[in-house]
Design a protein around this ligand. Structure first.
Ligand SMILES: [Ca+2]
Ligand SMILES: [Ca+2]
Length: 369
């Protein structure tokens, strides 16, 4: 990447704005509509969170709110090193295929402190702050910049480049065959890339579900409504995974992702899965919602555990003392560990069907060591 800011003046077709991008002109948020059929898209025009996203990291000091037909971020000046935003609600990108995604970002805060609006991927949907790759725009003290960061525990890689305009369309794309991730403000792939991350999956999380998030992070930078936002999120290419997804559904309100009929509780025994421990059984305890009775349970439908898409070896159901129905299912530990090549905390999911065809799904966190 050239560190010299190339002073080319470009009049953007729609916005009539001037921009200086990472590789010369570009990066104007165009509010574009796409011509091809995207995998998932959200223009946030309905001003409602809906079921496509869930909020992570939100508190009193930092907020992600869908208003004014975009996803706005606000923070108080005492918010420090928080990461708050929208994250895929029970769906993820499968890194066993190429993917391409983009978003329009806007960051216009003149105070001389540090913060960014960003989007990226995490293997841990409950705490993206600890493990992620993200790419955004913002400022570092008095410098306005583009910024990216890869964080895996205590290991962090990061870089900046100067920014000349408050809005940018940013692109993240992945080449499955070569295991390379590209970050750009112009387009997808190698030719347009600002950052190229070789051996991306191999060096980081393995081929586990990667959750998409759009968020804000600040270091004592107060952000008022309207000065930092995201809009026009699109996954142009990729395979979406979700045990909650109905494959034949195409609900435009949810970007094609449909949440399951019934959300269950899930606990896995043991919750720490040791590779070296003897025994080849993982047991899942699924708690069905109150309105379900034992007669609803389908003894011939086999629950499936992910990652790995492993079918249960044995399952049974019973009515617990509080009157709720629980399903007990056991899975092969060997099959699970074959699918999970990296140790650490991760989310596991279970899905199945009741007699009447309604789907159920639940998730929880386990540790693999
Ligand atoms: Ca919008
Ligand atoms: Ca919405």
């Amino acid at each position: 990447m050239s560190r010299n800011v190339i002073l080319l003046v470009v009049v953007a077709v729609v916005a009539g704005r001037v921009s200086i991008g990472l590789k010369g002109p570009g990066g104007v948020a165009r509010g574009q509509t796409t011509t091809s059929t995207p995998v998932i898209q959200d223009n946030f025009d309905d001003n409602k969170q809906g079921t496509l996203w869930t909020v992570f990291g939100s508190g009193t000091s930092a907020k992600a709110t869908e208003v004014n037909k975009r996803l706005e971020f606000t923070t108080t000046a005492d918010a420090n090193e928080t990461l708050v935003g929208y994250i895929g609600n029970k769906w993820w990108i499968d890194p066993n295929q190429d993917f391409q995604m983009k978003v329009d970002l806007y960051f216009n805060v003149s105070r001389q402190s540090t913060g960014w609006v960003t989007f990226g991927l995490t293997p841990n949907s409950s705490t993206p702050k600890d493990r992620h790759v993200m790419f955004g725009i913002g400022r570092f003290t008095s410098f306005e910049n583009y910024w990216w960061q890869l964080k895996e525990g205590y290991r962090t890689r990061t870089d900046f480049a100067s920014r000349g305009w408050p809005s940018a369309t940013l692109y993240i794309s992945y080449d499955y065959w070569n295991d390379i991730l590209y970050l750009s403000d112009i387009g997808y792939g190698k030719e347009e890339a600002w950052q190229i991350l070789y051996d991306f999956v191999q060096n980081n999380w393995g081929r586990v579900p990667m959750y998409v998030f759009i968020g804000v992070t600040t270091e004592n930078l107060g952000i008022a409504s309207g000065s930092v936002y995201a809009d026009n999120f699109v996954i142009d290419k990729g395979r979406i995974g979700s045990p909650y997804q109905s494959p034949d559904s195409n609900d435009p309100d949810n970007g094609g992702v449909i949440i399951t009929d019934l959300v269950t509780t899930l606990s896995i025994v043991p919750s720490t899965i040791q590779r070296k421990a003897s025994g080849d059984r993982i047991t899942a305890l699924v708690g069905l919602p109150k309105e379900i009775v034992l007669a609803d349970w389908c003894s011939t439908d086999v629950p499936v555990l992910s990652p790995g898409g492993i079918s249960a070896g044995v399952q049974g159901a019973f009515t617990w003392v509080d009157g709720t129905v629980k399903i007990l299912a056991s899975f092969s530990k060997t099959s699970f560990l074959e699918a999970v090549t990296r140790d650490g905390e991760m989310e596991v999911h279970i899905t199945g069907k009741l007699k009447d065809g309604r789907t159920y799904a639940g998730d929880c966190t386990v540790t693999v060591e």
